[in-house]
Design a protein around this ligand. Structure first.
Ligand SMILES: *[C@@H]1O[C@H](CO)[C@@H](O)[C@H](O)[C@H]1NC(C)=O
Ligand SMILES: *[C@@H]1O[C@H](CO)[C@@H](O)[C@H](O)[C@H]1NC(C)=O
Ligand SMILES: *[C@@H]1O[C@H](CO)[C@@H](O)[C@H](O)[C@H]1NC(C)=O
Ligand SMILES: *[C@@H]1O[C@H](CO)[C@@H](O)[C@H](O)[C@H]1NC(C)=O
Length: 504
């Protein structure tokens, strides 16, 4: 039966046999657990773009256009979904469904063979895919009704994903949390006012565990049991809608799991509490979640994991996805990314609103969350070209310092500012450099005492719009290491990154 089905699909679709993912694809945490490296031990700065429906809505030519653009802007990671949020009965651009007979235990070969071809295409352009095997709605819906991924079906599906896509980083079941109350009821009761009732909490983590453990086992089967390998694996949480539960961090839900090798959050697209007094993430304060996850990993007995914001405000998405509000612009997403990385993130996640959903005029209508109505127009938004300078500023320092960087908010003397006005500092823990990002253009003061030597320190302003340096005279102020810096004034932006580096 299986043999017949696959011979048939090869015959009709002429799709190449599944591409074998090479071991060089694999990424892993650095030795202290905080950052990422490749199999040769080289630094890997996660610069991700969001392309949820890449495998579903783009044909091969368009995927080539998309990936070439992202590669030219330094993106080395693309987030894309296997079994998408569009639905189990929705075919991809080629007309293929993800499964045979709506059974998640029976993958439809042509659908996944097409995914293979896009993963290979991306790899040939220097881009890895961070695979979301399935959207969260296939575990449970908003009102907590179960769906097709269960503790009995997830093992087969997970094993398929792991065996077919070893080495790919993966984030499980996007946009939901393992700890959930009936959100439909919570929102309705909140709107009605009064004292809310106590809601039943459903713990969906057994499905997450079943899926994750099957992926790990599937990868092991693909690679061979003699090779030690743990995939980069996390979850893609959503805002915490409910009182009393863990904060919406992967580690807060599942920190004791050995399969959880990356910590992540979603700071999202909203800058006001959607449902007070419930805990919420502020899109202007993505650095806060990063800081909290980073701190949690430093606690005694905890495991330090690389931390990432898996979904920060998308460029050209309305605040709260609502057209009564302005949309997030290049300056917003740029500031969020710099602040997150300097707060300890292992990289950044960018997204453009019409790109993540691949709006194609006449074919796929926009979801209304932003002003963009054509993915090709949103593909060239200015923010997408500015993300690469965050990684460059770090990679321009000596390789050895890549894994030594630490958040350094404590070197800022006086008020650092709040939210997306906050000045954020990072430094080499061995003292060879300090970097400070300011979103405001205003003078700020730092204590430079952590630099190993004042002598030979080179000072630059790094332009977050184009990655160029402006050297300026840096005068060591004798025994006083507390120094005020005033950013240059330039048209088009007010944000700058100060780079102080001791040249030996
Ligand atoms: C993809 O779609 C575009 C636009 O409709 C078309 O020009 C192109 O030929 C298609 N490519 C493939 C491989 O189907
Ligand atoms: C969730 O809440 C809604 C609204 O109160 C209710 O109609 C529905 O039955 C609830 N669902 C479950 C699974 O409890
Ligand atoms: C971007 O949006 C922010 C508010 O989030 C606003 O202050 C700023 O002026 C906007 N920048 C541009 C270039 O439109
Ligand atoms: C700094 O450099 C100058 C000249 O190169 C030298 O005279 C001085 O001793 C150095 N100071 C320190 C603290 O290393």
């Amino acid at each position: 039966m299986h043999l017949k089905a696959s011979l048939f699909s090869i015959a009709v679709s002429a799709v190449a046999a599944a591409w074998n993912v090479p071991p060089e694809y694999g990424l892993m945490p650095s030795s202290d657990g905080r950052f990422l490296r490749d199999i040769n031990g080289q630094p890997f700065f996660w610069q991700a773009d969001t392309a949820w429906l890449l495998f579903h809505r783009l044909n091969y030519t368009e995927a080539e256009t998309y990936l070439s653009d992202r590669a030219s802007k330094g993106f080395n990671m693309v987030l894309a979904v296997g079994f998408t949020q569009i639905g189990i009965t929705s075919p991809n651009r080629n007309g293929d469904l993800p499964f045979v007979g709506k059974d998640v235990q029976q993958p439809n070969e042509p659908y996944w063979a097409y995914i293979d071809s896009i993963i290979e295409l991306a790899w040939n352009k220097g881009i890895r895919i961070c695979m979301v095997p399935a959207w969260g709605q296939y575990v449970h819906d908003s009102a907590n009704n179960p769906s097709v991924l269960t503790t009995s079906t997830a093992p087969t599906f997970g094993h398929f994903i792991g065996q077919r896509y070893p080495y790919l980083p993966k984030t499980l079941v996007a946009d939901t949390n393992p700890w959930w109350e009936n959100k439909t009821a919570v929102k309705a009761d909140y709107a009605a006012g009064g004292v809310p009732p106590t809601y039943e909490v459903v713990d969906w983590s057994p499905v997450y565990d079943a899926l994750a453990m099957a992926i790990v086992a599937g990868e092991q089967d693909a690679i061979g049991s003699g090779t030690a390998w743990s995939p980069l694996l996390t979850i893609h949480p959503t805002n915490q809608w409910f009182n009393g539960g863990p904060l919406a961090f992967a580690s807060a839900f599942l920190g004791d799991r050995s399969w959880l090798t990356l910590d992540s959050c979603q700071s999202g697209h909203t800058d006001f509490p959607p449902n007070p007094p419930i805990p919420w993430w502020n899109a202007r304060r993505g650095w806060e979640s990063i800081e909290q996850m980073y701190a949690a990993g430093a606690q005694q007995g905890a495991r330090a994991r690389p931390v990432l914001d898996n979904e920060a405000h998308y460029e050209n998405r309305y605040d709260n996805g609502n057209s009564v509000n302005p949309w997030w612009n290049a300056s917003d997403v740029r500031t969020g990314s710099w602040q997150a990385v300097f707060s300890g993130a292992a990289g950044l996640t960018y997204g453009a609103d019409a790109v993540m959903q691949f709006v194609i005029p006449g074919l796929y209508a926009p979801d209304g969350s932003g002003p963009g109505d054509d993915w090709l127009a949103d593909l060239v938004l200015p923010g997408s070209g500015q993300m690469q300078w965050v990684g460059k500023a770090i990679m321009d320092r000596e390789d050895a310092t890549y894994f030594r960087r630490v958040p350094a908010q404590d070197i800022i003397t006086g008020d650092a500012g709040a939210d997306d006005k906050r000045v954020t500092a990072m430094r080499d823990s061995a003292g060879s450099w300090i970097m400070v990002y300011t979103p405001t253009g205003k003078p700020f003061t730092i204590d430079t005492a952590t630099l190993v030597s004042c002598n030979g320190t080179q000072a630059n302003w790094f332009n977050p719009l184009d990655g160029t340096y402006r050297t300026f005279d840096f005068v060591c102020a004798g025994s006083n290491s507390v120094i005020m810096f005033t950013p240059p004034v330039e048209d088009g932006h007010i944000d700058w990154t100060l780079v102080l580096e001791v040249k030996s």
